[in-house]
Design a protein around this ligand. Structure first.
Ligand code: PLP
Length: 396
């Protein structure tokens, strides 16, 4: 298989698996246990917390382990907005129209709870409209949640700039607006420094960077108003109840440390391969069009619309040739809808439903890119011919 869906998930790295195995065996203790096995598990969690904090330039006490990106994002959006409203700060939240559904649906749930939410749009490259963002600030705005890098088109958002803008706004108006970023797609490709970004909260998901599924990181800056989502025991400093996923947490730390090493070198190598794939496709397939930006975007992401096809059919055709690609965000694959991200970018619907996302990984090779380029033009022609036959038959 040639795997080009690393934005959906990545293979667990062998060293990560090794680091996790003892916790499925002899190191099985519950971190809350007051005896040796419990202390051992707690030490593993604390060690992982220190590593993760170091990777993000945060303090260990600011790291909360969760069940994944979705939980971290929900914790940030719901937990901060709720606490701010309870403190009497207001009930208005700003986010973007191109967030992952984990963020969008959490924001929609806030609306059910009586919050007002502004969904800021983006340009044709998937870049947040800064002027619209600034214009939507108002007294009573308590939280802004803007993703660091988009999972469908790879656009990188100016999060550090937003943080500076919010600080200027706070000085001028006396209203503090907290900032969360969904950084799930960033590790391995971008350096993540919570101080440089100026964020109050940040979310990660381990399986996107060589770690295990079902483990996430939630960074919450010290003293940020927050009400936990999960109630129960006092784990994770009262911020996330439930027995810790010790093996997953240990694996997450190893994976993040690796992803945070030589980020620039990895990014440059993969960017060249991605550019070769993009240029090869656009040259060999008449009418193919790239979606999204070419600068200021993730180096491993390529989103292309192919003429005359429906994306699911081309994904299936490529699958039959041993190539794994995605027809948009993996989480929306069960519903046949044009991508909300492409729609927000103003991509015509016909082109949006004909788009594929190829996302490369650190292990992607030149030979794989060459093999994909040798297969794609034929498969696009075949699928397009099939689709036009179906259209003729169904119109008769
Ligand atoms: N945010 C972004 C940008 C993502 O790409 C994803 C996963 O596709 C998520 C959040 C959700 O992460 P998880 O499925 O690990 O909960």
């Amino acid at each position: 298989m040639i795997y080009l869906d690393h934005a959906a998930t990545t293979p667990v790295l062998p060293v990560v698996r090794e680091a996790m195995l003892p916790f499925f065996g002899e190191r099985f203790g519950n971190p809350s246990g007051l005896y040796a096995a419990g202390r051992d598990a707690q030490a593993a969690v604390d060690g992982a917390r220190a590593i993760v904090a170091n990777c993000l330039n945060a303090r260990p006490a600011e790291i909360v382990f969760t069940s994944g990106g979705t939980e971290s994002i929900n914790s940030a959006i719901l937990g901060i907005a709720y606490a701010m409203r309870r403190a009497g700060a207001g009930h208005h939240v700003i986010t973007t129209a191109i967030e992952h559904h984990a963020g969008l649906h959490a924001a929609q749930f806030l609306e059910e709870l009586g919050f007002e939410v502004t969904y800021v749009g983006c340009d044709s490259k998937g870049k947040l409209d800064l002027a619209e963002f600034e214009a939507s600030l108002r007294p009573g705005t308590v939280l802004a949640s803007v993703m660091l890098a988009n999972n469908e088109v790879g656009a990188i958002q100016p999060v550090a700039e937003l943080s500076r803008l919010l600080r200027r706004y706070a000085t001028a108006s006396g209203h503090r607006v907290l900032l969360h970023t969904d950084a799930v797609q960033a590790p391995g490709w971008l350096e993540i420094d919570v101080e440089a970004l100026g964020v109050d909260a940040l979310s990660l998901s381990a399986h996107k960077f060589g770690g295990p599924k079902g483990t996430g990181v939630f960074y919450l800056r010290r003293a940020t108003p927050f009400r936990q989502l999960l109630h129960g025991g006092g784990q994770e400093s009262q911020k996330r109840a439930g027995t810790e996923n010790v093996a997953g947490i240990a694996g997450t730390a190893v994976a993040l440390e690796l992803a945070s090493t030589a980020t620039l070198v990895r990014s440059e190598r993969v960017r060249l391969l991605r550019d070769r794939l993009r240029d090869g496709i656009l040259t060999a397939v008449p009418g193919a069009l790239g979606n999204g930006c070419q600068v200021d975007c993730l180096p491993n992401n390529l989103n292309v619309s192919f003429p005359g096809i429906e994306s699911d059919q081309l994904v299936a055709a490529l699958d039959s040739r041993g190539i794994a690609a995605s027809s948009g965000s993996a989480c929306s694959n069960s519903t046949w809808e044009p991508s909300h991200v492409l729609m927000a970018m103003g991509v015509p619907i016909r082109r949006a439903v004909a788009s594929l996302r190829f996302s490369l990984g650190s292990g992607t090779t030149e030979a794989e890119v060459a093999a994909v380029l040798a297969i794609i033009p034929d498969e696009v022609r075949r699928v397009a011919a099939m689709s036009s036959e179906i259209r003729v038959v169904s119109s008769e």
